[in-house]
Design a protein around this ligand. Sequence first.
Ligand SMILES: Nc1ncnc2c1ncn2[C@@H]1O[C@H](COP(=O)(O)OP(=O)(O)O)[C@@H](O)[C@H]1O
Ligand SMILES: [Mg+2]
Length: 347
Amino acid sequence: MTGQPADETLSALPQLGEREMETTLRPSRLSEFIGQPRVREQLELVLESARRRGVPPDHVLLSGPPGLGKTSLAMIVAAELDASIRITSGPALERAGDLAAMLSNLAEGDVLFIDEIHRIARPAEEMLYLAMEDFRVDVVVGKGPGATSIPLEIAPFTLVGATTRSGALTGPLRDRFGFTGQMEFYADHELDQVVRRSAKILDIEIDAEGSAEIARRSRGTPRIANRLLRRVRDYAEVRVDGRVTLEVARAALAVYDVDELGLDRLDRAVLSALVHSFGGGPVGVATLAVAVGEEPTTVEEVCEPYLVRAGMLARTPRGRVATASAWEHLGLRPPSRPDQAGPTLFD
Ligand SMILES: Nc1ncnc2c1ncn2[C@@H]1O[C@H](COP(=O)(O)OP(=O)(O)O)[C@@H](O)[C@H]1O
Ligand SMILES: [Mg+2]
């Protein structure tokens, strides 16, 4: 889709019509999964030990910003276990009955993947506790004083939960996961590998500098790296001979309005509001979200993690603060802050 607006080119969230492409590019085994060495090694141990003991592994929680590979890893868990995977999401489990139906259809050793698990409704969550712990659900029949609960056995399974917001999970739910993988933003050299792997699969000719440039501007996020690669490929095919070099990558990324650091529209809006409307902060996240016309949770879960890691934004007890690099990135001179300056003659 060449005509995609620049706004969406950088979003870490999957765009319309992109799912099919994501399936093509998704690594299917742990050995193909690039980066995240810590999570990968830990998960390898969890899976291998379960395999040796011949039991389903502990429930797995994957947490981290969008586009870092949580869904891919969930599918890999099932593939490595030679198990089938059932996929649902927190928002889809509105009533406990929805979850009960899902659980009672599981076969022994199946993987149940619940995406956005922090958005699960309370009654379903409570049902999940018992299911995770005892492989049992209590189905309530009837209403009021005459209601009875019928215990129902379910096959031993492994739950894989994904969340962009592990802090929003209740304690009891979090405690029932035997393993939590905290996904981190990718280093440039890891994204470079992602770009080269995808280029190979999509049959795109790209040189080392071209892929490094795309990697560098991908906001630490494989989903964005793959998207930028496709946009650069479009440009290379239409404007030049199809080969992606450094010059081609730069020219293409300029057309799509991708900045030097790969910040997206929302990132830039947040920084700009922080600097222009609030003098650099501190300002509360809710106020900041209103200023950019977004939900506070989106600003908090999608946008801030990368700005913090890029050293542009600091979360302080008094609110969000723009760092000197943020001012500089916007082409402004950082103010000398009296509250941050060293001791003066009058102290
Ligand atoms: N470690 C990785 N190695 C290679 N490709 C990856 C990796 N992580 C993610 N991707 C790519 O990024 C896309 C988005 O990943 P996904 O698992 O859907 O992220 P999330 O569920 O965390 O939002 C996938 O389709 C895949 O092509
Ligand atoms: Mg996902």
